[in-house]
Design a protein around this ligand. Structure first.
Ligand SMILES: Nc1ncnc2c1ncn2[C@@H]1O[C@H](COP(=O)(O)OP(=O)(O)OP(=O)(O)O)[C@@H](O)[C@H]1O
Length: 668
């Protein structure tokens, strides 16, 4: 938002006031900073009594503050925070901000929904303010996060907190085609909020794209950004930015891998984990349930749950895009009595943003992949239902963290097949610190909808194709999971696969080429086997046939008759009653992705010599040598023949905080 145009004299007065404020802030930050490695002391009794502004020249320590107004922050930031209703700091903010404001690297860990975003947005804005950063200085801060939606959300928070400042910020996201429009503007942005893949594209393709002056690098959902999915992109980015910078890493499931942390050149980082001693790894206000649900009963159970929670806002996680699409389309046709939405990574950024915005404002059910599992701050989600088993405990924590945010209440329910009970053991293990309760569904409250689905598929053949793909992609997702103790398709019988297909309303069970009864079985054998199976009572063994791994990467399978359709039977597990999990006592308080793993292969980046922004006023430009070590500005100027005219010190470096690339992305 542009600052109101001021008359020249008033603008000059403002600049003098800002110069004074920056000098005072720098003195205060230096004089009152906490000792390295120290934790914030517990809030004092008088905490929150409101700050008595320090007397001139007095610089009290700020590690014990509880209110934003007590911190050495610029007045513009304090005013913006107050306007947004942020007055008292959360635990992670209280612990991290004093160290981040004085320029230290921070490795921050705190539960989902505990306010980590402000813990890095505020230091970014304050750092650039105190550095008197402006548009001609180019990129001063990069914030990396795993998904486009999260980038959009972080940008929105940045916009709220920084709106009185004069920085240019933007979200550079979106699919391949949008990059051309971004190329013209990306160099003029001071703060980039982006996914790793998009940033690498700019390093590779945007002429004169320059991050050599970078002051601060932030990794949100750092453990995911640093894991194998983004490894090549992150390494490419790190190779293009100065090693001498401030680095902030945050996540609810923070990595402690020294190897990973070394990749981002952390320097004596403050490890701040405010909930390390907490009894639970998940929010205290979250009620967590699990139910053992046979594969072929999952959709019946999901439908029954939704029918009993028509006044709740619910996020439903499924493993694959095809499943999300199929369940969404089918349930839409069956009309449960509550609005339904779906979200996945194959949607354009604009559509995703619109869905999140709409879901924020409505009581509805959002079917989603794990694209929404991390970071998304959707308001007032009452329930998170995990129809498919999370791939890891971290994945579980982030999924359920979509509800019960910032002291609000929420509930989560996870379906586990009997064959996946090992995940329950992992979650209940002491070290996981996840207070999850087992619930047994009441058979009489379980609505059988397979026939209804089958009727819909007859009426809408295109949905039958989608159903087959949902069937195959789900099994593929299980087959490709790393944790073979939990995910093992060979534990499922051929009959169960047939029953699962029938539960999706499919007239025949699609062929799953990576599963066969025995090694190297031919299609003819499979069909013969069917006939034999129809007579024999023994369960044919299901063998995962690795020889056909190549199928996993193929497009969608054609369907084929593998097993006759079988009516799903109510499972023994279903005898006990469904308790409050399906019949909420009071209107609920109760929310995936394939993370936006950028698929394109990153060409090994030529090591580019770090370029220097020659337009930056003399005496304020920080330069780097080839190793990325900062050379003191004056020293570097002394090296050059100082022939260029001295730029007036009072040249304003600020221009209205406006948003550039995001509107570009939104035009994609
Ligand atoms: N100091 C505060 N006072 C009031 N509300 C706050 C404060 N800090 C954050 N919030 C609110 O808490 C919610 C969660 O914040 P945020 O999204 O930053 O959590 P997070 O820790 O990043 O969660 P996740 O781990 O899921 O990414 C947001 O709605 C935010 O506006």
């Amino acid at each position: 938002m542009r600052r109101p145009q001021r008359r020249r004299g008033a603008a000059k007065q403002t600049r003098l006031e800002e110069a004074d404020e920056i000098r005072l802030l720098n003195e205060w930050i230096e004089a009152g900073k906490p000792l390295p490695g120290t934790k914030a002391p517990p809030p004092s009794k008088s905490a929150g009594a409101g700050p008595s502004p320090p007397a001139v020249g007095e610089h009290p320590g700020y590690s014990a503050c509880t209110l934003f107004d007590e911190l050495p922050l610029s007045q513009m930031t304090k005013d913006a925070l107050r306007k947004e209703g942020f007055t008292k700091m959360s635990e992670i903010q209280r612990a991290a901000l004093p160290h981040a404001l004085c320029g230290r690297d921070v490795l921050g860990a705190a539960k989902t929904g505990s306010g980590k975003t402000l813990a890095f947005v505020i230091p970014v804005i304050e750092k650039l303010y105190r550095e008197r950063w402006g548009p001609e200085d180019g990129v001063g801060c990069i914030i990396l996060c795993p998904t486009n939606d999260l980038a959009g959300q972080i940008y929105a928070v940045m916009n709220k907190v920084g709106k009185l400042h004069g920085f240019s910020a933007g979200v550079i996201v979106g699919k391949r085609k949008g990059i051309e429009m971004e190329k013209e503007r990306v160099n003029s942005l001071n703060i980039l909020v982006c996914t790793p893949g998009r940033l690498v594209q700019h390093f590779n393709e945007t002429p004169n794209f320059d991050c050599s002056q970078l002051q601060i690098l932030v990794l949100d959902e750092a453990d995911q950004i640093l894991d194998h999915g983004f490894k090549s992109q992150v390494d490419a980015i790190i190779s293009q930015i100065p090693k001498v910078r401030q680095t902030l890493l945050f996540s609810a499931t923070q990595t402690k891998s020294v190897k990973d942390l070394a990749r981002v050149s952390l320097r004596d980082p403050e490890y701040i984990s405010v909930h390390e001693e907490a009894k639970t790894a998940t929010p205290d206000t979250l009620e967590q349930y699990a139910m053992i649900v046979p594969l072929e009963q999952k959709l019946n159970m999901l439908w029954s749950f939704i029918k009993r929670h028509l006044n709740s806002k619910t996020i439903v996680f499924l493993s694959s895009v095809k499943q999300v699409k199929f369940v969404f389309e089918i349930f839409k046709k069956l009309r449960p009595g509550i609005p339904l939405k779906c979200m996945h990574g194959r949607m354009t950024h604009v559509v995703q943003q619109a869905i999140v915005a709409d879901f924020n404002e409505s009581t509805s059910v959002l079917f989603s992949t794990d694209i929404t599992s991390r970071g998304l701050d959707i308001q007032n989600v009452d329930w998170v239902v995990q129809v498919d088993c999370p791939e890891s405990i971290d994945n579980y924590i982030h999924r359920v963290g979509r509800t019960a945010r910032y002291n609000k209440k929420g509930k989560s329910l996870m379906f586990l097949c009997p064959e996946e009970e090992a995940m329950l053991e992992k979650l209940k293990a002491t070290e996981s610190k996840i207070p999850i309760h087992i619930r047994k569904p009441k058979a009489e409250q379980l609505e059988q909808i397979s026939q209804n689905i089958a009727s819909v598929l007859v009426k809408f053949p295109n949905l039958q194709q989608l159903g087959k793909r949902a069937f195959v992609t789900y099994l593929k997702s299980v087959y490709l999971q790393k944790d073979k103790k939990v995910f093992d398709l060979s534990r499922f019988s051929a009959e169960q696969f047939a029953a699962y297909a029938a539960s999706l309303g499919l007239p025949v069970t699609p062929t799953i080429r990576f599963i066969s009864h025995k090694k190297n079985v031919s299609k003819k054998d499979m069909v013969d086997l069917d006939k034999k199976k129809m007579t024999s009572s023994s369960k044919p063994e299901v063998i995962i046939n690795p020889q056909v791994n190549s199928d996993l990467n193929k497009g969608e399978e054609d369907d084929d008759i593998l097993y006759p359709k079988k009516k799903p039977t109510a499972d023994a597990n279903m005898d006990d009653g469904l308790d409050d999990v399906l019949c909420p006592k009071e209107p609920g308080t109760d929310t995936n992705t394939e993370p936006e793993k950028v698929i394109e292969l990153v060409k090994p980046l030529k090591k580019k010599k770090l370029k220097i922004n020659v337009h930056r006023p003399v005496g304020t430009r920080v330069k780097y040598d080839d190793e990325g070590n900062a050379i003191p500005p004056l020293a570097s100027v002394a090296e050059e023949v100082a022939s260029e005219p001295i730029v007036h010190k009072d040249k304003s470096l600020f221009c209205p905080f406006f948003y550039v690339a995001y509107s570009l992305a939104s035009m994609m």
